[in-house]
Design a protein around this ligand. Sequence first.
Ligand SMILES: *Cc1c(COP(=O)(O)O)cnc(C)c1O
Length: 344
Amino acid sequence: MNIDKLIRKNILALKPYSSARDEFDGDNATFLDANENPFGELNRYPDPYQKTLKEKLSKLKGVDSNQIFIGNGSDEVIDLAFRIFCNPGVDKALTFSPTYGMYDVSAGINDVELIKIPLTTDFQIDLSKTKQYLKNENLKLIFICSPNNPTGNIIEEDSIKNILQTFNGVVIVDEAYIDFSASESWIKMLTEFPNLMISQTFSKAWGLAAARVGVLYANSEIISYYNKVKPPYNVSELNQKAAVAALNNIALFEENKRIILSEKETLITSLKTLSLVKKVYPSDANFILVEVDDANLIYEELVSKKVIVRNRNQVIDNCIRISVGTPTENTLLISSLRNLFNTH
Ligand SMILES: *Cc1c(COP(=O)(O)O)cnc(C)c1O
């Protein structure tokens, strides 16, 4: 597959901004080149290529540093995909609904049509419905969220493989929740599929949603276009340091994940005992999709008790999405649900 052919012509031709740190990136020098203030703590521009963070991720994930892009959250990773691959008003992207809302918003901002193919009743990809779109030469980008938000399930490996093999554009597998899943990341398939991109984040299992650090794994050619298009200092020094600190404490990451997964099982068991709960969907993530008898009513009642869940009724009939909280928070949720209609 020729990746260059998929890149927008203006991006191929683009001469990227050359920052002071592009032109000299050594240390232990007298830096009078970036118009920084010589005084203070956060006075210097951050490393534009986040080398320390990438070296750590490279070791952890078994990929080269040049196969990693760090974004200002996954939001930036998604937005840049549209800007690199899709000509506004001409090219199209595709995803499987219901799924993460940012694909649609980002497509809209970039004036790209997003084709939405409904997932099957068990929230898997319907290949027979998908096939007809894959040959469209204006289709450049496919988003597959796995584990999917808001349904919580992993997308079957064979479906993703089938798409990777037959589609002539790029496929982004959004693995924001992969660390909560028993399934393996698609990172191991990068060498097999040059059109595969995997997006992960520090916002969920790593507990750094406030820091805004998203990660893209792809072949080095795709990463080089990301580097060309990104704002020069897209990830702040504070955010890079926060991500590095998290990676330096894998034990804490594992321990918090263990608690969240064990709490999830407790929550599922408790939810199933409630009469207002119609169905608890299986979850490969840190949230649970729950069908209730009246999602709008239950959502509002919980809000009145200051317990906030995500009402997904607009997306999946009478479903709410519940993030797994601390043991105390989860107990509060269950007791609130139990008492909901006793208080009237
Ligand atoms: C939460 C989430 C993200 C994370 O986005 P960030 O911008 O990195 O915080 C990405 N994808 C999906 C599907 C999510 O649910």
